[in-house]
Design a protein around this ligand. Structure first.
Ligand SMILES: C[S@@+](CC[C@H](N)C(=O)[O-])C[C@H]1O[C@@H](n2cnc3c(N)ncnc32)[C@H](O)[C@@H]1O
Length: 194
């Protein structure tokens, strides 16, 4: 699918028509387990392409205090803005990740990389590097398989190594806590900014 078709109109229509098959209906267990082990509850956390923000809800339950969500779908974001209006720990932004600016300690990856046009992957790496503070990192889940008719487009461990090396130290392992439908096809990743 060409890039022009994967803009705000495309994603907005997916939310309006309820075609959100990627939505787990809960936070990804691997992400919850990782953050449950983290002590710095004031870390500045960004969740790009946040969708229905299940991970943000889980982070709040775990005591995290500084979470920014960004998504390109106006339909989705207006819902999230109402939902989190009284929560000072969550900031919700409408916009394109590639145009976004800010500085963060941690970025959570959860079916965002696989949803963007594959031609934008180098730009994604560059943008992540810009958005992260010194010592910052990307953590989360990435597919270790490709899909012919994306989104999601998926990807491979080999490709990620090539893409992220130079800007990030990469650690990738088969994810043991994937939901059953994705078991064996996801990597737990941690990319530390160089
Ligand atoms: C496959 S969905 C995943 C949503 C969520 N992370 C989840 O796992 O439930 C991809 C999300 O990225 C958003 N998105 C796509 N391109 C974007 C962009 N350039 N900037 C910000 N958000 C974008 C879409 O609106 C959608 O919510």
């Amino acid at each position: 699918m060409p890039k022009a078709e994967l803009g705000s109109t495309y994603w907005n229509n997916r939310y309006i028509s309820g075609k959100t098959g990627w939505d787990l209906g809960e936070a990804s267990p691997a992400i919850v387990a990782y953050f449950a082990s983290q002590r710095n509850k004031d870390a500045k956390i960004l969740i790009p392409g946040c969708g229905n923000a299940h991970e943000a809800e889980a982070l709040i339950q775990l005591g995290f205090t500084n979470i920014t969500l960004i998504d390109i779908s106006e339909e989705l974001v207006s819902t999230l803005q109402s939902r989190f209006a009284k929560n000072d720990s969550i900031h919700v932004e409408l916009g394109d990740f590639f145009e976004f600016s800010g500085t963060f300690d941690v970025v959570i990856e959860q079916t965002f990389f696989c949803a963007i046009d594959p031609a934008l992957r180098s730009k994604y790496v560059h943008k992540m590097h810009q958005l992260l503070n010194k010592g910052g990192k990307i953590v989360g889940l990435m597919f270790n398989r490709e899909f012919p008719d994306g989104p999601p487009f998926g990807g491979t461990q080999k490709e990620y190594k090539t893409l992220f090396s130079g800007k990030f130290n990469t650690k990738m392992d088969e994810c043991k806590r994937s939901i059953s439908a994705r078991l064996g096809s996801e990597l737990w990743v941690q990319f530390d900014k160089i």
